[in-house]
Design a protein around this ligand. Structure first.
Ligand SMILES: *Cc1c(COP(=O)(O)O)cnc(C)c1O
Length: 371
């Protein structure tokens, strides 16, 4: 980038890809309604930006009330469900005034609903805990909770039902089938719409497809499965993370690179210093050897990731020079691969992009070399 005011580190978001990924959801779950999950600032891609691109989904889901309020203040009027639900009476009042739907997952929430004198104002999803052991009523408590919820005057419209899969990213784990069966048994005979599947459920488990699906990570072109990349399963990555070389210098045998000297130079080489670090959201635990693209070609990360910089071994690129373009991840260097090199999941990488990273919206990726 030639603009001197342009930050060295920037992310390019391919908003077109989000739409294409929605069509992948529709292909896998024909006829299902889509609740697009845009919590955590749209998985780091920007809540408002992603909500705009997703204008034609049936509903949004966010994790917290404040995220729902941000959506409303930005002018989005679509149905929006708060997955963690309200925490107290005051927050319930905010849900009512902003027209947010809630998940109801606990008896204390029922107590609050019963004390609410309003009539017919709150859309609800009753959540059953089928084995995630996070939020939701245990199957044994379901009938009682359902009965109480039905008698709450504040509830609007038919009660809907949901559960969440714990192991759906492992296509061989029968726990998913047990969770689905338990959900269906628990709800047997109850009229009302149902929702089970997150991205892994949508892509990997036909039995999880019901009235509503709740895609999150796949909308951003990222695979929920550890052994596959988004591109390999027909998704298109949305985020590319880029920077540039700011220094190139020799290193000699025995010298170490970076904090704690975790990489020791075996033979004369050239080091490249790149302006990106954990202060931008590049993972601190990326190992020696993690791939980085310099001028579109792979080179290995060496030494510790620091706050503002990383170092690579430029042995394979004798002509590399300051200003040359660097890719940390994009459709050519899958974020899934970087996540594996950092012992994490790609979700954490895209969510972790910090304020310092300038976001550029494009319909298509730029060429990787732009000298
Ligand atoms: C985050 C979340 C989702 C979306 O999960 P992905 O794996 O990103 O598709 C769906 N449902 C619930 C309850 C969630 O918390």
């Amino acid at each position: 980038m030639n603009d001197p005011l342009m930050p060295a580190a920037y992310a390019v978001l391919n908003t077109d890809a989000v739409k294409r990924n929605v069509s992948v959801v529709r292909r896998h779950a024909p006829g299902a309604k889509i609740m697009a999950v845009i919590k955590a600032n749209g998985y780091g891609h920007g809540l408002q930006r992603i909500a705009e691109v997703l204008a034609d989904v049936d509903a949004f889901a966010v994790a917290r009330g404040d995220e729902g309020i941000r959506l409303r203040k930005a002018g989005f009027e679509q149905p929006a469900t708060v997955l963690e639900g309200f925490r107290n009476r005051d927050e319930l009042d905010l849900f009512l005034s902003y027209g947010l739907d809630t998940v109801v997952h606990s008896f204390p929430q029922l107590d609050i609903l019963e004390s609410c004198p309003e009539t017919g104002r709150l859309g609800v999803w009753l959540k059953v805990d089928t084995g995630m052991n996070r939020l939701g009523f245990r199957p044994a408590d379901f009938s009682h909770a359902h009965q109480r919820l039905r008698e709450c005057r504040v509830v609007k419209g038919p009660i809907r039902f949901m559960t969440h899969l714990a192991n759906a990213d492992d296509k061989t784990d029968v726990k998913t089938l047990r969770q689905i069966a338990l959900f269906n048994e628990t709800l047997a005979g109850c009229p009302g719409e149902r929702s089970i599947a997150n991205s892994a459920g949508i892509l990997g488990w036909k039995d999880a497809l019901t009235d509503w699906v709740r895609p999150g990570v796949m909308l951003y072109g990222i695979s929920p499965f550890p052994s596959q990349t988004g591109s390999q399963i027909g998704l298109q990555p949305v985020m590319g993370l880029y920077s540039q070389l700011i220094a190139v210098k020799p290193a000699y045998p025995g010298e170490t690179v970076g904090y704690s000297g975790t990489w020791r130079c075996p033979e004369p080489t050239r080091l490249g210093v790149i302006a990106i670090g954990y202060g931008d959201g590049y993972p601190r635990y990326a190992r020696n050897g993690t791939p980085v693209l310099v001028n579109g070609r792979r080179v290995p990360l060496i030494g510790r990731v620091s706050m503002d910089m990383i170092t690579v071994d430029l042995a394979s690129q004798p002509d590399a020079k300051p200003g040359d373009p660097v890719t940390l991840w994009n459709d050519e260097l899958p974020v899934e691969e970087i996540a594996q090199c950092a012992d994490t999941i790609p979700y954490t990488l895209v969510c972790g992009i910090t304020q310092r990273v300038q976001i550029i919206e494009r319909e298509f990726e730029p060429a990787t070399c732009e000298s």
